[in-house]
Design a protein around this ligand. Structure first.
Ligand code: FES
Length: 90
């Protein structure tokens, strides 16, 4: 593999310079980004930072994948209740 890439759950995902994480994951056919706070599948939805449906952990920090530029070498993972600081007490 040549060119810039980041890791999604340990899997290498390549991207074009300037692409967002969501765009790169979609191009790699990675559409399921975990589970959101309501127990629904997390995914690329609005694309403008309004819905939070694409929240992921980027190097340990929660970010909207649709707004966050892909950065070579980053570790990207689904958000978990523990990483979100929640206790799931809904
Ligand atoms: S897809 Fe809605 S905030 Fe990213």
């Amino acid at each position: 593999m040549t060119g810039p890439s980041f890791f999604w759950c340990g899997e290498t995902v390549s991207f074009r310079p300037g692409e967002t994480i969501a765009a790169a994951l979609t191009a790699a056919r990675i559409l399921h980004l975990g589970t959101d706070a309501n127990g629904q599948p997390a995914r690329y939805f609005c694309g403008i930072g309004a819905c939070q449906a694409c929240a992921v952990l980027v190097d340990g920090t929660i970010r909207e994948a649709c707004l966050t530029p892909a950065r070579s070498g980053s570790e990207v993972r689904p958000v978990t209740p523990a990483s979100a600081g929640g206790n799931d007490a809904r």
